[in-house]
Design a protein around this ligand. Structure first.
Ligand code: DX5
Ligand code: ZN
Length: 221
């Protein structure tokens, strides 16, 4: 069975003063826009407040994949679905009630994602699989763009792919994904790829998205 590949550029390292221009450069080539929400508590960095996130979602021409790197996420997760995000990912390390928070995202109309940091084991969360539409395996410590891809996370990607089996659950990697690393992640079983600096620091972001897709497709299928 061939796996559908999705490329989701992260706007974290785009020119935030010219965001609609930046998104416009890659919208036609991309499946979703990855929106990194950081609260300066769960991670040592702050990006967007809820109002700013809503404005981005409202003006974005393609679906938005929200990655919530925020503490005490149980109450707020569904509000990102309510403002129109297509996918909302919470962190296992930041949520108190995993199952009910994932269900609140689905009930509000978005795909429910569960993300884990490099030090967190996937097997501890397999029991929630029926409430999950996407697993996110972080391939850097969350907080900043431009870090190096952690090759040692590929065992976890392979393990997650085997836990998923033939369920229609997406498997996302985030951090350090580039033309040098995407094939390795695709071979290990990932099918949704976040790429921030690889896309927005390149001379031709649209062509970069196309190149990433080609490399992932030929490694995965
Ligand atoms: C990091 C974020 C990433 C980041 C990826 O915590 O979750 O989405 O934007 O940036 P790159 O692709 O530059 O590693
Ligand atoms: Zn992210």
């Amino acid at each position: 069975m061939s796996r559908e590949i999705r490329i989701t550029p992260s706007i974290l390292n785009a020119d935030l003063g010219n965001l609609s221009f930046e998104i416009g450069r890659i919208a036609a080539q991309s499946d979703l826009i990855h929106l990194d929400v950081m609260d300066n508590v769960f991670v040592p960095n702050f990006t967007f407040d809820f109002e700013q996130a809503s404005q981005i979602v409202n003006s974005c021409p393609i679906p938005v994949d929200a990655h919530l790197m925020v503490a005490d996420v149980d109450e707020i997760a569904a509000t990102y679905a309510e403002i129109g995000c297509a996918s909302v990912t919470i962190h296992a390390e930041a949520v108190k009630n995993v199952g009910s928070t994932l269900r609140s995202i689905r009930n509000a109309g978005a795909r429910a994602g569960l993300g884990i940091k490099p030090g967190t084991k996937i097997d501890d969360y397999a029991e929630f699989i029926d409430d999950i539409d996407m697993f996110l395996i972080m391939t850097v410590e969350p907080g900043f763009g431009g870090q190096s891809f952690m090759h040692e996370m590929m065992d976890k990607v392979r393990r997650t792919r085997s836990i998923i089996g033939d369920r229609p659950i997406w498997l996302q990697v985030d951090g350090g994904v580039s033309i040098d690393t995407i094939a390795e992640a695709a071979q290990a079983g990932a099918d949704v790829f976040v790429a921030g600096s690889a896309v927005f620091k390149s001379d031709n972001p649209a062509e970069m998205v196309n190149s990433l897709r080609i490399l992932a497709n030929s490694a995965a299928n």
